[in-house]
Ligand binder design. Structure first.
Ligand SMILES: O=C(O)COP(=O)(O)O
Ligand SMILES: [Mg+2]
Length: 221
């Protein structure tokens, strides 16, 4: 396919691990604590992708653009952190995730994880799912001042790994990933099964789409 790639960066939620159920569980515990009605896991899954603050805001405002009361939002954030910390890492990697990372690492690719999830949740999740050791670098949503769709995390990873952006690929599940990769100048490959706020990925905007992670092996080796 002509990808001259030395480094592969993986998005986490919706790409490597099916975290929507555990995120929805924590979000509903937060809503219950605030005496707000619970939401279906499918609805909450549509709020994933732009970090915890956006997820919480969408949960308390029913996904609308209205600004919630600041005190309510602060309480909601704290409650989400408290509840998610108690049950993070009950999720499973998607089919083929481990074998794909294993094979890409074995064949010499530099691997990194880039997520909008806060570090507090990223590291336990990667450890519990057995994914952490594949990555030379893990950059979370609060590791740097900006997160995806801003390209800062991707530039940071390329610099640390000693590769050019044009030699790097992001594998993701959402428009957030697509915009970040374009802004950084990296290749972008997407999976169709993750969380893209209920929309399909616009395939004209990506370098390739794969059905499942193991398809990457054929694309890159
Ligand atoms: O926490 C989120 O909003 C999404 O996380 P992701 O970047 O790993 O998909
Ligand atoms: Mg994602």
């Amino acid at each position: 396919m002509g990808f001259h790639v030395k480094a592969v960066m993986f998005d986490l939620d919706g790409t490597l691990v099916n975290t929507a159920p555990e995120i929805a569980y924590a979000a509903n515990q937060m809503l219950s604590a605030l005496n707000l009605p619970n939401k279906s896991p499918a609805q909450i899954a549509r709020y994933i992708g732009e970090g915890v603050q956006m997820l919480v805001k969408r949960c308390v405002t029913n996904g609308t653009q209205v600004e919630p009361d600041e005190a309510l939002l602060n309480d909601a954030q704290a409650l989400f952190f408290e509840h998610y910390a108690q049950n993070v890492s009950t999720s499973q990697p998607y089919h083929g995730a481990l074998e794909t990372l294993n094979e890409l690492k074995r064949t010499g690719f530099k691997l990194a994880c880039v997520t909008n999830k806060p570090e507090k949740f990223t590291l336990p999740l990667l450890n519990a799912t057995g994914l952490a050791d594949f990555f030379e670098l893990i950059v979370s949503g609060d590791t740097l001042p900006k997160k995806k769709p801003n390209p800062m995390q991707l530039h940071h990873i390329c610099k640390k790994l000693g590769v050019l952006e044009t030699e790097s690929m992001l594998v993701g599940d959402s428009d957030t990933d697509v915009v970040a990769a374009h802004a950084a100048g990296c290749y972008i490959v997407t999976v169709p099964y993750g969380y893209n706020q209920g929309k399909a990925i616009d395939e004209s905007m990506v370098d390739a789409t794969i059905e499942h992670l193991p398809d990457l092996i054929h694309l890159l080796t």
